[in-house]
Structures are given as structure tokens and as C-alpha cells.
Design a binder for this molecule. Structure first.
Ligand SMILES: [Zn+2]
Length: 296
């Protein structure tokens, strides 16, 4: 995470700006000049000049940390402690089956809503801007949020042009639909196996309206392949989906240990091109990326 502080600082010995330091655990630190306009401060201390504001930030690793802010003295004397605080982010929790309301559950938070086997959406979460996947030039009968359509259309076109066309086999699923979906998998493979391949109601990224399952034009379900990720469409998506804002939520090797679900080469969540590129270059899973970027 990142710790930020802002305020003002001045030294009675000078009208010029002074330096403010931000320390983490008394070792790592950064500093800035407190030289931003603060007319409100200048009104109270008119003889010290107008510009004594500051804004400072520093990355902190996971865990609890003591941060302190200092005003560095000009001339004789020690620095002044402006304040200290314990801040911190918790490390990404190991996978378990919980029902913790996810932190970002507004419809505008679609790009940062963390869903896994622990965190879930309320049953009432149902985006109002769903459109048919036909709007993206794909097979119709499934729904996604309107904000997904342009990049989905571009991705589908690029895949067709590359000789790796895909079709949609699932997209938005309401809470009620996910009840049926999960129960279907329980009946098909048993409860404990279902937990690893299907999300319990409220935990599914499909409820966001930004997530799709793709398959090849034959229509055979991708989970009925030995590894759909090696099909033309699957391989193309794995390599290129991020360019269009989509992330494979459950990639191989780190699934299920990090992602909490088994490898799903067909399951892609839209997070926008910028975030998808960041996930791609970070080498993190989406679960790790969302946690480290936005917190749990
Ligand atoms: Zn899926």
C-alpha cells in the first residue's frame, strides 16, 4: 500500500520553505519541500510567506508499520515531530471459505471489487446497465455491462482476424442464477470438488456483469476439454486478452493455491485496458493485484 500525508509546516527562523520527512519504521523515508500554496496558513502567519503546504507519500510493504512525519529544522535545533501513526495493510489472506462482504461493492467499483472464496457481493448486487453480448458482435443470449462492450468487440474481432474465434458460453449471472450454477456443480462432481471450480453464490465474478466464459465456435463447453487453454481461441486469449482489458482470473500453476479456484482458461474478467496491462506486467494474479492495489 501507500501511506500519504498532507498539511503545512513552517520554521519561525525562515520565511522560506522547509523540508518535511516521512519515515516508515524509522528506516525507509522520503522527503519533500513544504512549498505548496496555503493561503489559510499565510493568513495566520503573515510574516512567514505564503507557501508552506505539503503532500507526501511513500510505499509501505504489507503488514503493520509505524510512520512518522518530521519538519526538518532550519538552523540550530532538532527536527520537530509532526506526528506518528501505526498504519498498515494486511497480507493477502490464504484461501479459505468465508462470507466476508467485499470492500468495494458500488457499481462504479467494478474494476476493483475483490471476489474469491472469502469475499462476496450482496445478493442484491445486480448492475442495471446490462446489454446483450450480440452488441459486441458475438453470439447473443448473454449479458454484460455496457462498459465492457467496446473492448469485447475489439477483442472478438482481433481473435477472428487471428484465426482464433471464440464464442460466449456464460457472462452475467445473477445471485439466483449462481445458486443454480453452484448446485449444478455440486450434483455433477460433489460439494468439495465444486468448491474449487464454482463460486458459491455472491462470490462469483460473473455477478459483476464484467466477466465472461468463452469457448470455441464448436460450442463444446471449455471445461469439457482436457485443457481449453491449448485450443486456438484459448491460446490466443491467454496471450492477448490483457490488451483489451481482460484478465484470466484463474491462470495455471498458481491456481488454486493463490487464486482459490482451479485453473480456468475460459474465464476472463474485464478490468479495463490500463489495469489489465498492469496485471499482465506485474506477473500477479488478479486476486493479488486487487489486494495489493486497493486493499482487502
Ligand atoms: Zn467463469
Amino acid at each position: 500500500g501507500v501511506v500519504t500525508a498532507s498539511g503545512w509546516a513552517l520554521d519561525p527562523d525562515t520565511t522560506g520553505p522547509i523540508i518535511v520527512q516521512l519515515y516508515v519504521d524509522a528506516s525507509d523515508y522520503t522527503m519533500v519541500w513544504a512549498d505548496l500554496p496555503r493561503p489559510d496558513v499565510a493568513a495566520v502567519y503573515p510574516s512567514h510567506g505564503p507557501d508552506h503546504g505539503f503532500a507526501i507519500s511513500l510505499a509501505v510493504p504489507d503488514g503493520q508499520h509505524r510512520v512518522c512525519l518530521y519538519a526538518v529544522n532550519t538552523g540550530a535545533g532538532a527536527s520537530t515531530v509532526l506526528g506518528c501513526a501505526i498504519v498498515g495493510t494486511q497480507p493477502l489472506p490464504a484461501c479459505y471459505y468465508g462470507d466476508v462482504p467485499t470492500r468495494f461493492q458500488a457499481y462504479d467499483d467494478w474494476y476493483r471489487t475483490l471476489l474469491d472464496t472469502i469475499y462476496l457481493l450482496p445478493s442484491t448486487y445486480a448492475p442495471g446497465d446490462l446489454v446483450d453480448t450480440g452488441a459486441a458482435g458475438l453470439n447473443s443470449g448473454y449479458s454484460v455491462r455496457g462498459l465492457v462492450v467496446n473492448d469485447l468487440r475489439d477483442m472478438a474481432q482481433a481473435a477472428r482476424a487471428a484465426g482464433a474465434p471464440f464464442v460466449v458460453t456464460s457472462a452475467y449471472r445473477s445471485y439466483a442464477t449462481q445458486v443454480s450454477t453452484f448446485n449444478y456443480w455440486v450434483s455433477r462432481i460433489g460439494y468439495s470438488a465444486a468448491l474449487l471450480t464454482a463460486a458459491r453464490p455472491g462470490h462469483s465474478e460473473h455477478q459483476l456483469g464484467t466477466t465472461l466464459d468463452f469457448t470455441s465456435p464448436s460450442g463444446v463447453e471449455p471445461w469439457d476439454y482436457s485443457d481449453w487453454g491449448t485450443s486456438a481461441a484459448g491460446a490466443w486469449l491467454r496471450e492477448n486478452a490483457w490488451r483489451y482489458g481482460f484478465v484470466m482470473s484463474y491462470p495455471p500453476i498458481v491456481s488454486p493455491s493463490v487464486t482459490c479456484y482451479t485453473y480456468e482458461p475460459w474465464h476472463f474478467r474485464y478490468v479495463g485496458r490500463q489495469a489489465a496491462a498492469a496485471v499482465h506486467s506485474s506477473g500477479l494474479t488478479l486476486r493479488e493485484y486487487l489486494w495489493t492495489t486497493w486493499g482487502g
